[in-house]
Design a protein. Sequence first.
Length: 175
Amino acid sequence: MSLKAKLEAVIYASEEPVTLAQLAGLFADEALEWKAEQAAAAQAEAEEPAADENENSPLVQDTLPDLTVAPDAAEEADASEKFAESAGEDAGATVGQEADATNSETSAEAASEDANAPDADQAEAEAKRAAKLRDREARGVIRQLLDELIAEYAIDGRGVEIREIAGGYRMATKP
């Protein structure tokens, strides 16, 4: 069953006007999935004509020469020798730094415990923002589908329509 049909069924079956927030709470996942499907379909349509244009173009890709350049083996050997030398020098320097790193780790752990409290608040605030954004996006999709449903009911010769009443949507007979 399509999302539009589900929205129509909920509005039809409810005795009270159904708000956009209630519909978003029920169908948020499906609304976002529907939006992703629509975006993928639009992208596929955009790519399809471009592929057809390339097939009909007089320039054929097979006629172009291969312009890739193979690296010189001698340059690769020199680069690997230089890397090995610099790695050996770095290894001697890191042995002396290990003792300093051990001392700084304990002070870093204490500092990170104090810093975790703001990070937790920041992560929680970011999660709330993401949830609000997701809810707003779902409401937009549902609102778009409801507008389509309202337009379909207005055009058809049906005896009922979807009305926006008291901040919600309700099925009613046409006047």
